[in-house]
Design a protein around this ligand. Sequence first.
Ligand code: BGC
Length: 579
Amino acid sequence: MNVWRRLSGSRRALALAGAGALVAGGLVTLPVTVAHAATQCEVTYSTNDWPGGFTANITVRNLGDPVNGWTLGWTFPDSGQRVQQGWSAEFSQSGSQVTARSLSYNGNLGTGASTSIGFNGAWSGSNPKPTSFTLNGVTCNGGGPTTPPPTTPPPTTPPPGNKVDNPYAGVRGYVNPEWKAKADAEPGGSRVSNNPTAVWLDRIAAINGTPDSSSNGAFGVRDHLDEALRQGAGYIQFVIYNLPGRDCAALASNGELGPDELPRYKAEYIDPIAAIQADPKYANLRIINIIEIDSLPNLVTNTSGQPGGTAMCDTVKANGAYVNGVGYALAKLGAIGNVYNYIDAAHHGWIGWDSNFGPTADMLKSAAIASGSTVQNVHGFIVNTANYSALREPYVKITDSVNGQTVRQSKWIDWNQYVDELSFAQAFRQKLVSVGFDSGIGMLIDTSRNGWGGTARPTGPGATTSVDTYVNGGRIDRRIHAGNWCNQAGAGLGERPKAAPEAGIDAYVWVKPPGESDGSSKLIENDEGKGFDRMCDPTYGGNARNGNNPTGALPDAPISGAWFSAQFQELMRNAYPPL
Ligand code: BGC
């Protein structure tokens, strides 16, 4: 999977780091009756404070006529108080005045209905609570709290049907015990084995668990969910990965379903997963589904007539298997109140060129509205899944030039518009909103293997002899070519999973479990449908898709998904931030 392909030559700022010393900041409730307006409201504002920062939870109850779209306003009493990253509303601040606007899914508030929003903020001096709120311009209070605070704190998980803006915010992720056991069995592995990684549902048998020797362990979907409850986890991540004709442009992750098996995909794969995820027993877990890695971008860049185009990609484009399969998955799973869908959106080294950027956004939109789905079933997108593209290139900016020449014309960048995943993810988010996705969507970045630390990591920009010396000397992504994707030598673990690390980014996540192979370096017989892709063979000279360069793959790799100890050890050695 994750072949590179190309055609031609908010919201969030504050990571909750340092929030260890949470103190209860108390709570204030402001009920109100306004004589001359049909708008009446009650606002509950509670905070958890720590030195310099806080999290605020706000409940807005409409006591007046039903509203369709609302704006909540208040003034911070202290000039140092700032909203930094909010959820479930669009926040803006001017001076000390804050407005929070409803999103499409929580704008309708009937009489007596309430909704919860929140934000992470900063303060200096002191952090007093606002004393007055307005709803659609009408004041909610006559000045000060009039009811005692409730004795129980507001719930941290939403009721079903009321999705939070960022399901990663404020809660702990599920640690897959099967991955953890493999990591713990490695010398030094316990340094990272407590990180949440995604559970890949890469075949029908994975739904009930496949006690086999390769990628999947004995745990099925229910086992994972039960274990998540036992762990007290707030979210759990699954990868939905079993489309008909899967991995159409590569061989290493071909799947069990033929290109015409959409009915089986629906009935034997998506329906049973949806039935389990909808069990009310799991209603307080935020269930995150990563939808179908590489599939839709392949339809944009790897059909016939394009370099690297394949007959299988032609087939699944023509018969609608990918678009309708993804639409079906989104509709079925998105209908569940506590389930969050993030669609795979490739990476900068694949769709960062103008020729691919807009068409991929359009393709994602067409799948989001296929099979009866709507864009409301899409909570966001993920980039860099199982890939190695750097999160940030600290010493190469796309706007740099050397001796009057733009770095875009270097061999490495090759006219791409982006040089790293963070800039790409933020820009692609805007593009997706512009084609019709909700303005509240958030991006995920798979940082499991894009650390690029270790002794080969540059410590400053390259020599300004030419654009190539500058880019090659300064780039932290040390791959031979940005199109290389299989078991890359020199890679390290990247940023640890973290919620709301940057504006527009819901989380850094570890979707590809570090230590699991991308594909075998030679043909290995197996009963999973997986082929041998020579991009995983270190002796291969490459193809048109990687500019006929060596693959940079580690030797002696097992089939995709199987444990690859040597790679895990190298990822730990080259971790960045270092372990
Ligand atoms: C494989 C899956 C595996 C996943 C996670 C994919 O490349 O095809 O079988 O579960 O990687 O390691």
